[in-house]
Design a protein around this ligand. Structure first.
Ligand SMILES: [Zn+2]
Ligand SMILES: [Zn+2]
Length: 361
């Protein structure tokens, strides 16, 4: 039989392809695929072990869930500890994005309470440079075809522009005031300039209710200028909500191919087109307090649940494809996410821990 890899079939033991082996069987030295997971025991189970488990009075009322076929097994997840510069403040990896410089793929991380923007080389998984913006960094995005990053500063209502060189050094070049609070942002790349799309609202400094704000970016010799282009109030997208506290716009991601803007607002995802027209909303009972959000080139949308401690994958119509990570792989409170299509890598940042998780999908 023709194969596309060099490894002989005999070397491919069954266990190499089993992402979720049955825990009781594994203890007995047998590797079989589990179909269910017991919440109380914290164990994966095959159908045979599950029947055994349900026969005992002590375990018969345990909550058992189906193991999603989309869950990424632990072997494909790398945990990286990010060095901290402070131990006193709460820790939060608030935002992240990938940037490519020549051959190098790097990951930008914003840490809201330490005030730092850091950059990690994805080859060595080491933080190679950092810069303090002296205010609370939230979202971060690389401006395509440039050596510039845009970082939202939540407490000062500014967008901070940072230059990145080929050696991955970071340097603040400009701060631009805007009239809204700044949370997550993404960039629509245009033929002549870029548009920055940012979400605001849900913060004590906010004077405005939750909104999506689109700015044009012009890079003149005397500096970067931002021009307000459009602003959409989000209240109209969930008209049954009474107060802005219940609308919680935190992060935004853009599918440029399909011209869709996705906003995670705590209750799920709001979908807008580039003209600001509502394209609907989506969520799932398994998703509690939607927060981090990103999409891939195929139009799939990854959404993190802060309280449910999981990542769900939806297609571009908002249909749930499945759960790809949850507390079984160590997720506690996922806050931020980004996806690199060339390496099919999803990175997750969290609250209250200086650890990121790199998932090879
Ligand atoms: Zn079993
Ligand atoms: Zn159990």
């Amino acid at each position: 039989m023709a194969t596309t890899c060099n490894m002989s079939d005999e070397l491919l033991t069954e266990s190499m392809w089993i992402g979720f082996p049955c825990s009781p069987c594994k203890k007995g030295g047998i590797i079989v695929e589990a179909s269910k997971y017991c919440e109380e025991c914290g164990e994966n189970m095959c159908d045979g072990c599950l029947r055994f488990h349900q026969r005992f009075a002590a375990t018969s009322d345990h909550t058992v869930s189906v193991i999603s076929k989309t869950l990424v097994p632990k072997e494909r997840i790398t945990e990286v500890t990010i060095p901290t510069y402070s131990t006193s403040s709460p820790y939060e990896i608030t935002g992240m994005c990938f940037v490519r410089r020549g051959e190098k793929l790097a990951l930008l991380l914003t840490e809201r309470y330490s005030l730092f923007v850091k950059i990690m080389d994805m080859n060595s998984n080491k933080v190679v440079s950092s810069v303090s913006i002296q205010s609370e960094p939230y979202g971060v995005k690389h401006l395509p075809e440039s050596d510039k990053l845009a970082v939202t500063s939540l407490d000062t209502q500014e967008i901070v522009f940072i230059e990145i060189d080929d050696e991955l050094n970071l340097r603040i070049i400009q701060r631009v005031k805007i009239p809204q609070s700044c949370r997550g942002l993404d960039v629509i790349s245009g033929p002549f300039n870029d548009n920055i799309v940012l979400v605001s609202g849900g913060h004590k400094h906010d004077t405005n209710k939750g909104s999506v704000n689109i700015y044009g970016v012009v890079n003149n010799p005397d500096g970067i200028q931002l021009f307000p282009l459009k602003k959409f109030q989000l209240q109209s997208f969930r008209p049954n909500l009474k107060s802005y506290q219940t609308l919680y716009p935190k992060n935004v991601t853009i599918d440029s191919l399909r011209k869709k803007i996705y906003v995670s607002d705590g209750r799920g995802v709001l979908v807008l087109d580039f003209a600001g027209k509502s394209q609907g909303t989506f969520s799932d009972p398994k998703l509690d307090r939607s927060r981090g959000i990103c999409c891939d080139l195929d139009g799939n949308v990854y959404v993190g649940g802060e309280m449910s401690a999981n990542i769900l994958k939806f297609d571009c119509h908002g249909n749930l494809i499945g759960e790809i990570a949850d507390k079984r792989v160590g997720l506690k409170s996922p806050f931020s996410m980004c996806f690199d299509s060339s390496t099919k890598t999803l990175v997750i940042g969290s609250q209250n821990e200086n650890v990121i998780r790199i998932l090879r999908l």
